[in-house]
Design a binder for this molecule. Structure first.
Ligand SMILES: [Zn+2]
Length: 506
C-alpha cells in the first residue's frame, strides 16, 4: 500500500439538499468545513430502481443484476418464499475484504452485511444500522464485548410500521440522537486499533428520515409544543451526525476523509399500496380484485399492531422470517398466478411466475416478453382519479437498466418507478382501460413513512492532493466509490469492479 489512509463515513440516506440548506444556515459546521476544504459531488444510485440495493452495490462494487440483493427480506424463487439474504447469495465479498493482505480494515455497522469475516482487522455489524440482516456481531468477537462493557449496549429498534403517537416519534428522535452518540464513541474507540481503511456508517438519518419527515407520520394532530419539537427533529439528527463527523475526522489524523450517502430522502412518493389492485385489473380485467394475500399484508399493515410488534421485536429471527413469509404468501394458489408483486419499500416490484425459474411457474418463456409489455403498459395507464395526474413515471426491466448479470434471476422482472410527487393525497386511481381502484387508506400512506428516498446520493472528499471547495459538475455513480478508495490507498482489489475512480484530484 503506497497511498494515504482513508476514513469513509457513511451517513445512511442523508440528503444533499438538506445538507446544503442546513449547512448554509450554519447548523452543520463540520460538513460545511469538509465541503469547503475538499471536493463534493452527486452520485447516481442503483436505488433509483431497486431502493434496497445500494449498500450491496457499494460494497461489492457491482450492479444489482450481478450481486442480486435488492431488499432485506427478498423473494427466493427456489422456495417460492421470502428470505433474508445470506453470504452464499452473493457472488462477491465486500471490496475491503479482497485487498492485499497487509491492508488493515476497520468496518463499523455497514448495512446489509450478512456477518463478519475473520482476518481483515476489525469488523462490527448489526448494531445501529437501519437495515440489519444479522444480529450484532464483531470480529474479533471480544471487541464489541469490551466496547459494550465500557459504553453500555444499545441497538437499533425494529421499525414500528403504521402511523404513530407523537410521543413515540419524539422518543424515536431521542433514541436516534443517543444511538448516534454511542456509535460515534464506539467507532472512534475502534479507530485506536490499527487501520488503513475505515468504513463507519451511522444509521440515524435513514430511520429518522422515514419517520420524522413531516407530521403525516403521526396518528393525531400535535399540540404546539409537540409540533415545534417534531418539526425540528430531523434537523436535530443532522446536527448530531455533523458533530459525529467532526469527532471522527479529528480522530482520523491526516487520513483522507470521504463522507458519503448512497441515496437521499424526500417526501414519500410510494404508491405500492395500490399495486396489487392495479396488477389484478391489468391481468384480469375491470372486475378483477387482487388476491387476498396482497401487498397490504406485505407492507406490514394487516397484522394487528400488538401482534406485529410481537412478531418483529421479540421472537427469534428465523421464526420471524417463517411467520413473515407465510403471512405474505400463505394460501397463494400459484397455478393461477401469472404475475405478482413483491415486498417493496419505494418502487413497485412485479415478478413473473415463470416456468423453469419459479418452482411453481406457469408462464412459458415464449410469453414472457409479451406479458411484461402488457403489464407495463397497463400500469402506466393509471392516473389520480381526481386530478388526472400520472402516478407511474416508468416501468423498466432491471436487465435493461443495469445490464445482464449472473444474479439477474434474483431481482424483480419489472420495476414500477412512481412519479416523484407526494403519494399521500390519492383517494383512488383510475385507468380508461381498467377502471377505478379505491385506496384502502384514503388520503394516507398506510405504513407511516412520511419520508422516502430521493434516488440520488452524494460524496465529499478531503485530503492530500484534493482541490479545495469545488463541486463536480459531472455526476458519478455509487459503484465508482470503491475504485476511488482503492486509488487513494494505492492498492489493488480481487473483485471485478464495475466503476471507475471519481476524478477527485481535479
Ligand atoms: Zn429506507
Amino acid at each position: 500500500m503506497g497511498g494515504d489512509k482513508v476514513l469513509m463515513i457513511g451517513l445512511d440516506a442523508a440528503d444533499l439538499l438538506l445538507v446544503d440548506r442546513w449547512g448554509e444556515d450554519g447548523a452543520l459546521p463540520n460538513l460545511r468545513r469538509l465541503m469547503a476544504s475538499g471536493v463534493s459531488g452527486r452520485l447516481r444510485t442503483s436505488a433509483r430502481y431497486l431502493v434496497g440495493s445500494p449498500w450491496p452495490t457499494f460494497f461489492t462494487g457491482q450492479p444489482p443484476t450481478r450481486h442480486g440483493i435488492y431488499h432485506d427480506f427478498q423473494w427466493q424463487h427456489e422456495g417460492m418464499r421470502f428470505a433474508r439474504p445470506a453470504w452464499e447469495w452473493l457472488p462477491a465479498l465486500p471490496f475491503w475484504r479482497r485487498l492485499e493482505p497487509e491492508v488493515q480494515v476497520l468496518s463499523y455497522d455497514v448495512p446489509f452485511l450478512m456477518g463478519v469475516q475473520e482476518a481483515v482487522g476489525t469488523e462490527v455489524v448489526g448494531f445501529a444500522s437501519h437495515d440489519r440482516i444479522v444480529e450484532p456481531l464483531s470480529h474479533p468477537p471480544n471487541v464489541m464485548r469490551e466496547v459494550e462493557r465500557e459504553f453500555g449496549s444499545l441497538r437499533m429498534l425494529q421499525e414500528d410500521y403504521g402511523v404513530s403517537d407523537p410521543e413515540y416519534l419524539l422518543a424515536l428522535r431521542d433514541f436516534l440522537l443517543e444511538i448516534t452518540r454511542r456509535s460515534t464513541r464506539t467507532a472512534t474507540r475502534l479507530m485506536q486499533r490499527p487501520w488503513d481503511l475505515a468504513v463507519v456508517v451511522l444509521g440515524a438519518l435513514h430511520r429518522g428520515g422515514h419517520r420524522l419527515w413531516d407530521r403525516s407520520s403521526a396518528n393525531r394532530a400535535m399540540n404546539e409544543e409537540e409540533g415545534q419539537a417534531f418539526d425540528r427533529a430531523l434537523l436535530d439528527l443532522y446536527a448530531e451526525c455533523d458533530r459525529s463527523v467532526g469527532q471522527m475526522v479529528e480522530a482520523a489524523g491526516d487520513a483522507t476523509v470521504v463522507v458519503f450517502a448512497l441515496h437521499g430522502m424526500m417526501i414519500n412518493a410510494c404508491r405500492n399500496d395500490f399495486l396489487d389492485a392495479m396488477l389484478a385489473r391489468v391481468l384480469g380485467g375491470t372486475d378483477a380484485a387482487p388476491p387476498r394475500q396482497g401487498v397490504v399484508r406485505r407492507l406490514g399493515e394487516a397484522l394487528p399492531l400488538g401482534l406485529r410488534r410481537g412478531v418483529t421485536q421479540r421472537i427469534p429471527a428465523r421464526l420471524r422470517d417463517r411467520i413473515m413469509t407465510s403471512w405474505a404468501t400463505g394460501g397463494t394458489n400459484w397455478p393461477e398466478i401469472e404475475a405478482f408483486s413483491l415486498r417493496a419499500d419505494l418502487q413497485g416490484y412485479v415478478r413473473i411466475n415463470l416456468c423453469g425459474r419459479e418452482t411453481e411457474g406457469i408462464v412459458p418463456a415464449s410469453e414472457y416478453d409479451a406479458l411484461c409489455e402488457q403489464i407495463a403498459a397497463g400500469l402506466m395507464s393509471f392516473r389520480d382519479a381526481d386530478t388526472g395526474d400520472p402516478v407511474v413515471a416508468e416501468v423498466r426491466r432491471p436487465v435493461d437498466v443495469f445490464g445482464s448479470g449472473e444474479r439477474e434471476a434474483r431481482v424483480p422482472d419489472l420495476v414500477v418507478r412512481w412519479v416523484e410527487s407526494p403519494a399521500a393525497s390519492h383517494l383512488a386511481l383510475v385507468s380508461e382501460e381498467y377502471g377505478r381502484v379505491e385506496r384502502e387508506t384514503p388520503g394516507r400512506i398506510p405504513n407511516g413513512r412520511s419520508g422516502n428516498h430521493r434516488t440520488e446520493g452524494f460524496f465529499v472528499a478531503r485530503g492530500r492532493g484534493i482541490p479545495q471547495g469545488s463541486r463536480l459538475s459531472e455526476i458519478a455513480d455509487i459503484v465508482d466509490l470503491a475504485p476511488t478508495i482503492l486509488q487513494i490507498l494505492d492498492v489493488s482489489c480481487r473483485n471485478e469492479l464495475a466503476g471507475t475512480p471519481i476524478p477527485i484530484h481535479g
